[in-house]
Design a protein around this ligand. Structure first.
Ligand SMILES: CCCCCCCCCCCCCC(=O)SCCNC(=O)CCNC(=O)[C@H](O)C(C)(C)COP(=O)(O)OP(=O)(O)OC[C@H]1O[C@@H](n2cnc3c(N)ncnc32)[C@H](O)[C@@H]1OP(=O)(O)O
Length: 194
């Protein structure tokens, strides 16, 4: 069974997404938005270490290899881990729009079991934008970019200001992120919609 709930159907006044002129070129790695991010952070030992690559338009590709630490059932990936990989892939799209946004809603279909050792080939794209609301969709395929779909997700991200993190996050991490010597990562986190 699959389908998208009405909350994830763009309204009639939604417009196609516009790739930012300074977005990374197709084929370029996006890099992490925050070193400690569970989805993409290089400095996060427990993380998924997802590396997204810019595609055409407002799309990305990424690969995620399921490790023993990601199991739910014996030998199979935990669904929550797969949803995290999809969430991260979808979240990375916002860098191509140069918008900071957080996941408001994420609907996931688990179509096939994903064994440990498998590499999931993820593709994600923004489909529409309506004010602060960003609609996007993603798939994860087994064995290669043209392999069978194992997971898919539709999402609504909501644009926020940097204040969102300053108000809700812990001061020590915010300060560390502001002082990050990696200028691109700092720009991704804080300078896109002052
Ligand atoms: C320190 C480093 C910084 C890093 C920066 C990069 C960060 C990247 C991180 C990436 C990590 C990976 C990604 C992650 O894991 S992001 C982490 C997981 N997500 C969150 O923590 C978000 C928590 N939620 C919120 O903060 C608020 O609820 C938000 C900000 C989402 C909205 O509250 P806000 O008060 O601002 O706005 P609003 O309530 O007026 O809503 C606005 C519009 O949106 C519509 N709507 C809202 N929710 C839903 C829903 N569930 N279904 C359907 N629609 C929904 C709503 O109807 C309205 O529509 P309309 O009436 O206008 O038509």
């Amino acid at each position: 069974m699959s389908g998208t709930s009405p909350a994830l159907t763009p309204p009639a006044d939604a417009v196609p997404p516009v790739r930012h002129p300074d977005a990374p070129a197709p084929g370029e790695l996006l890099g992490a938005h925050y070193g400690q991010c569970f989805g993409c952070g290089d400095d996060q030992p427990h993380g998924l270490h997802l590396q997204a690559r810019a595609g055409e338009g407002v799309s990305i590709t990424a690969e995620f290899t399921v490790r023993p630490a990601h199991q739910g059932a014996p030998g199979l990936a935990h669904g929550g881990v797969l949803a995290t990989a999809l969430d991260e892939a979808l979240g990375s799209l916002n860098w191509l729009l140069r918008t900071i946004a957080v996941t408001g809603r994420l609907e996931t279909d688990f179509v096939r079991p994903v064994p440990v050792g498998t590499t999931l080939y993820l593709e994600a794209e923004v489909t529409a934008v309506s004010g602060r609301k960003i609609y996007s969709t993603a798939t994860g395929r087994l064995g290669g970019p043209d392999g069978p779909v194992a997971v898919r997700a539709d999402a609504l991200f909501v644009e926020v200001k940097v204040d969102h993190f300053v108000h809700h996050g812990r001061q020590e991490e915010i300060r560390a992120a502001l002082n990050d010597p990696d200028q691109v990562r700092r720009a991704r986190a804080f300078e896109v919609n002052p």
